[in-house]
Write a protein that binds this ligand. Structure first.
Ligand code: GLA
Length: 389
């Protein structure tokens, strides 16, 4: 192992040790997002083509498909719902598409789910519709009145009214407004990773924050965003999570192997898991990927430690996330254009003795193994393991 790699592995393990349970953050104390939030978001599949009936259908499908039972909880109405602020300054939805937001929220709550909404600190949203600038308190009150449980605060036109060094101030303003409502509302920051958001997001109440620009249903972009997350692990934990953006599983632009890669990597990263496909028309393969409980358990592990890369050799990478039960979730990732054999040396994940190996996609115990484990990993694919003493 080269010196750089050795230092990388040691520093990754050191961070994981420092992140081990015992830490109590301010966000933990609020009780929101003790594990990475899970749900569905309208954006990647529907863009602005959303309406009350569409959101209701997706919420119902979240329940009927078994996704809710697997842990998906928030139904996030992303950009496209906004109307304008009326003469009294209160935010009205586009009533042609969303005639009654409170009734919609009540309906979603009646399914045992929670509701999210999108707005911006700027005067206009990314689609040019009205944003929350100058209306922060009224908008927070309106959201609380409707029964909103999650606000995605998306920078969009923020730069037209705030200077670069005022980003924190802008996010703090909505945080205070949300606090004043007295309703527990999960706060999701979206400013694409500017100004090292991970360093200050918890101090402005962020329960999750986007670390990158927008993802889309494309392998190269997903691969770039996902594997770029290495190094951010020390900023995540119960109540406050790095967010590499939505899951595109089921949207059709990637292969099954590639979608398994996204689901596995996001789970090792302890990332929020927001599906963004059409839940009313989902293949059994997409559903199986999104609801793999063994993989979801890695993401939702109560220790709340974000995993990181422990080894790499060209396009072969091994990532590891330590789990509360003492086990280790390990992803053998092949970023190459052809299948490759990847060998996990137990010493790279701090395992000195023979250990039990289980394959989390095959749902199969592979026996007790000593020292190392090798697998053929398909192109752009993953073999995801749990290693237990
Ligand atoms: C930005 C965000 C996306 C989505 C759109 C909506 O691009 O990053 O996630 O919210 O705005 O306009």
């Amino acid at each position: 192992m080269g010196r750089r790699k050795f230092i990388g592995v040691v520093s990754c393990l050191a961070v994981l040790m420092a992140c081990w349970p015992g830490r109590v953050s301010w966000a933990q104390a609020t009780g929101l997002a003790p594990t990475p939030p899970m749900g569905w978001n309208s954006w990647d599949h529907y863009r602005f083509k959303i309406s009350d009936s569409l959101i209701r259908a997706q919420a119902q499908a979240l329940v009927d498909s078994g996704m809710k039972a697997a842990g998906y909880e928030y139904v996030v109405i992303d950009g496209g719902w906004e109307g304008f602020h009326d003469a009294t300054g209160f935010f009205r939805p586009n009533i042609l598409k969303f005639p009654d937001m409170k009734a919609l929220c009540d309906y979603i709550h009646s399914l045992g789910l929670k509701v999210g909404i999108h707005t911006t600190p700027g005067p206009v949203t990314c689609s040019g519709r009205e944003g929350s600038y100058g209306h922060e308190d009224q908008d927070a009150e309106t959201f609380a009145h409707w029964g909103i449980d999650f606000v995605k605060y998306d920078w969009c036109s923020g730069g037209t009214v705030y200077k670069p060094d005022q980003i924190q101030e802008a996010y703090q303003k909505m945080h205070q407004a949300l606090l004043r409502t007295g309703r527990p509302i999960l706060y999701s920051l979206c400013e694409y990773g500017m100004a090292d958001v991970w360093k200050w997001a918890p101090s402005v109440g962020g329960n999750m924050w986007r670390t990158t620009g927008d993802i889309s249903d494309n392998y190269l972009l997903m691969d770039h965003i996902g594997f770029e997350q290495n190094g951010l692990e020390k900023y995540a934990g119960p109540g406050h999570w790095n967010d590499p953006d939505m899951l595109d599983v089921g949207n059709g632009g990637m292969t099954e192997e590639e979608y398994r890669t996204q689901m596995s990597l996001w789970s090792i990263l302890a990332a929020p898991l927001f599906a963004s496909n059409d839940l009313t028309d989902m293949s059994s393969e997409a559903l199986a990927i999104l609801t793999n409980r063994e993989v979801i358990a890695v993401d939702q592990d109560p220790s709340g430690v974000q995993g990181c890369q422990v080894w790499e050799e060209g396009p072969k990478e091994i990532w590891m996330k330590p789990l509360a039960d003492g086990g280790k979730a390990v992803g053998l990732f092949n970023r190459n254009e052809a299948a490759m054999t990847i060998t996990l040396n137990f010493k790279d994940i701090g395992v000195q003795a023979p250990a039990k190996v289980r394959d989390l996609w095959q749902h199969k115990d592979l026996g007790t193994v000593d020292g190392s484990y090798s697998a053929i990993v398909p192109r752009h694919g993953v073999v995801m393991l749990k290693i237990d003493k």
